[in-house]
Ligand binder design. Structure first.
Ligand code: HAM
Length: 419
């Protein structure tokens, strides 16, 4: 888990404002769910046999002897909240978005952290293929708004409860002959969840993936039609994608549409910027009425990395005015001036330290403030403040009632006509 320090947070703020803009334009409303949930919510939703549930969850027993888990993802929580909060009785589909920290106990490396952040959306209560297209379009728009380029959309359809059993059997038939050469985990997955074998990263297992049957060859008519309509929708919007018949995703709840956004030059780092898909069976798995849904989650840490590697780091806002009370008696005047400036929408910081005037001027310069205000003995006696234009080095004296006007002249803010 890592700290995000001020040299990074402006880029994060860019991602957050892009998320607000994208979701607002598409009519999605924010939800906030707890970071801690009962363990079985995730073990049921994400599925036994997945790496997330088997290896990566932060699970512990709380003081009430309940098993709880720091959320590894938020879709299960959002579906739970949809029912517990009565959103299933609202007009459908319900369109929501979220952002926040998720937790997975994985081996940390560039782009992979134990606490990481996701921005996600979920459209719940409608199984139209148009919604799959809608969420894919939104993810792409968000990446665009963040300034990320060089991304490829990987798309697949992995069937549903009707056709999945046949596919699962086909996978077992295929893997059965190789099982003795495969890892311990895969031998266990063979019985409980053979789809997960396609996701195994063990070098002993990956050579067998290429020859395995692919889900699209086993789709039932309804799934095939759904997939066709998703493809039509994407084509209508001019959204390019790559058909990836081996994309199965690392969570069990997906049905039909599954997609990921891959960054093409995040070398060495994890290249999946985000992913999602349809989860029409999830609500039932969690014990609620059968309800379809579709959504995605984007990994903000990786998107920040992509923005930084593209050299497009966002710099922090510069403080416009730095005020220095140069003698003890100047505090009241300076505090009031700073407050007046902020009330007029300018940013102002007071250099409270007892260090010399020169040291504090240097500090203002380092912060990049274009205007410095100094109040010393002379200013107190004259009832004025000294304003220094840090670019030209020129200084002017101003009375309190001319402060904003004079500061704006230095900042280059145009005067309001008629005032
Ligand atoms: P996911 O593919 O597990 O999907 O995670 C989505 C994204 O979160 C990944 O593509 C990656 O960018 C980021 N991510 C995952 N683990 C880490 C990590 N350890 N460090 C940094 N970033 C990470 C889900 O979580 C689903 N809930 C998505 C979804 C929403 N499906 C439907 N609705």
């Amino acid at each position: 888990m890592r700290d995000l320090l001020p040299d990074q947070t402006p880029t994060w703020a860019l991602l957050e404002s892009a998320a607000r803009l994208t979701t607002q334009r598409h009519g999605y409303q924010r939800v906030v769910t707890p970071v801690l949930e009962p363990t079985e919510l995730f073990s049921h939703a994400v599925g036994e046999g997945t790496d997330i549930v088997d290896k990566e969850m932060y699970t512990f027993t709380d003081k009430g002897d309940r098993s709880v888990t720091l959320r590894p993802e938020a879709t299960a929580s959002v579906v739970r909240a949809y029912f517990e909060g009565g959103l299933h009785q609202a007009p459908q589909p319900v369109r929501v978005w979220y952002e926040g920290p998720m937790f997975r106990y994985d081996r940390p490396q560039a782009g992979r952290y134990r606490q990481f952040f996701q921005f996600g959306v979920e459209a719940i209560g409608d199984d139209s293929p148009g919604l799959d297209v809608e969420v894919i379009e939104m993810a792409g728009e968000w990446l665009d708004a963040c300034g990320v380029t060089g991304v490829s959309l990987q798309l697949n359809s992995i069937g549903d409860a009707t056709c999945r059993p046949t596919y699962r059997e086909a996978l077992r038939d295929y893997f059965r002959t190789h099982l003795d050469q495969m890892c311990q985990d895969d031998r266990r997955r063979f019985d409980i969840n053979p789809l997960r074998m396609l996701d195994c990263k063990e070098p002993s297992c990956t050579p067998f993936h290429a020859g395995a049957p692919i889900p699209v060859d086993y789709l039932c008519d309804a799934c095939r039609e759904h997939h066709g309509r998703v493809l039509e929708g994407l084509a209508a919007l001019g959204i390019e994608h790559e058909d990836n018949p081996r994309l199965v995703r690392g969570l069990d709840y997906y049905t039909r549409t599954a997609f990921e956004f891959w960054h093409l030059d995040l070398e060495g780092a994890q290249n999946a910027l985000g992913g999602g898909g349809r989860y029409d069976g999830l609500a039932e798995v969690l014990g609620f009425d059968a309800t379809p849904g579709v959504g995605f989650a984007m990994g903000s840490d990786r998107v920040v990395l992509a923005v930084q590697r593209a050299g497009a780091e966002v710099s922090a806002d510069v403080v416009e005015v730095y005020l220095i009370p140069a003698v003890a008696g100047a505090d009241a005047v300076v505090l009031q001036a700073a407050r007046d400036l902020r009330r007029e929408g300018r940013s102002a910081v007071v250099g409270h330290s007892a260090r010399s005037l020169k040291a504090r001027m240097r500090q203002a310069q380092k912060l990049g403030s274009p205007c410095v205000i100094i109040v010393g003995e002379d200013e107190l006696a004259a009832g004025t403040l000294t304003l220094r234009d840090m670019t030209s080095g020129e200084q002017v004296a101003a009375k309190s009632d001319q402060l904003i006007e004079q500061v704006d002249a230095i900042l280059g803010v145009p005067a309001v006509v008629g005032e």
